[in-house]
Write a protein that binds this ligand. Structure first.
Ligand SMILES: Nc1ncnc2c1ncn2[C@@H]1O[C@H](COP(=O)(O)OP(=O)(O)OP(=O)(O)O)[C@@H](O)[C@H]1O
Length: 294
């Protein structure tokens, strides 16, 4: 759906994007991560046809970005979307529908999809930040887009709204919509996207599923051991490297040493009440990849 090859964007002598390749298939959910100024917005603006590339190619289902065909296929949710405070949610969506040459009758269905059916007749000036974000999402859903470009879409949403938002994205992806989403909320994208692309200083420094990035990073796993009452000293004698966090003992271990650690835990038998093995988080992986790219 989206095909980007050797894309470069220069502002004066400075490359905001440097030889970036990225492709997204129908139904794929891709998170675009990177530090402030890494080039995420620049890339998104180029996908939308708002900025021309300095070199390289970018197509949407084979069409040039910004062309009528590409615009018909693409939806965009900016990070900060401004609405007219005097309009109701319904009037605002009517306006967006008219701009897209569609029937105003679609407005109620779109607002219901984002959980705003009850507030549709209230003025947007009375909406909370999360509600305004949902109006933005409703406008992005106009015309069942084949490619959705979402810039920090969950900013301002509470935890329940975030969950509903991702459920909506899952539904869209299951019907074939390709999704490109920039975010700094790593714990969310870790579980809600299929692939993660990381930009650093305009270059793509990682691209793959979480498990691929995890095995590439080769970071330690963390084992949390919960000792049975009074058994902590015996466990520490077996795991002298353990750190204490309240009652819990924490042991870091490389992937290759996991079975050895499990054998030591098994040998302690009843002295252990419970244990958890935690793989490195996207946060850990992101920090490591960003550091080695710097
Ligand atoms: N119009 C412009 N003229 C000159 N430099 C620009 C322009 N727009 C962006 N840049 C530079 O290009 C680089 C990439 O900026 P961009 O906005 O794409 O980053 P970003 O990853 O979206 O950052 P953030 O997470 O802060 O939104 C930055 O160094 C920025 O200063």
């Amino acid at each position: 759906m989206l095909q980007i090859s050797n894309l470069t964007k220069r502002y004066g002598g400075q490359a905001a994007l440097d030889n970036v390749d990225l492709s997204i298939a129908p139904g794929e959910r891709v998170a675009l991560l990177g530090h402030n100024g890494a080039g995420k917005s620049t890339l998104m603006k180029m996908v939308l046809g708002l900025l021309p590339p300095s070199s390289g190619t970018l197509t949407i289902a084979g069409y040039a970005p910004g062309s009528r065909s590409a615009r018909d296929l693409t939806a965009y949710l900016p990070e900060n979307i401004a609405f007219h405070p005097a309009l109701t949610g319904r009037e605002q969506i009517h306006h967006f529908l008219r701009l897209r040459g569609r029937s105003a009758q679609e407005a109620d269905g779109l607002l219901a999809k984002v959980g705003l059916a009850d507030a549709a007749r209230r003025r947007i000036g009375t909406y909370s930040k999360g509600m305004r974000q949902r109006v933005g999402l409703a406008q992005a859903l106009i015309g069942s887009p084949a490619l959705m470009v979402l810039d920090e879409p969950t900013t301002g949403l509470d935890p329940v709204s975030r969950r509903e938002f991702y459920a909506l994205l899952d539904e869209l992806a299951s019907r074939g919509t390709a999704i490109l989403m920039s975010s700094h909320a790593l714990s969310e994208v870790e579980v809600r996207t299929d692939r993660i692309a990381i930009l650093s200083k305009g270059r793509k420094v990682a691209d793959g599923s979480l498990s691929k990035l995890r095995s590439g990073a080769d970071l330690p796993l963390t084992v949390h051991i919960h000792p049975r009452q009074g058994c902590s000293p015996q466990i520490v004698s077996v795991f002298p490297e353990a750190r204490h966090a309240g009652e819990i003992l924490i042991v870091d271990c490389m992937q290759a040493d996991k079975l050895g650690i499990l054998a030591r835990i098994a040998a302690l038998g009843d002295m252990i009440q419970d244990f958890d093995i935690l793989p490195p988080s996207l946060d850990d992986i992101y920090v490591q990849i960003s550091r080695s790219a710097a």
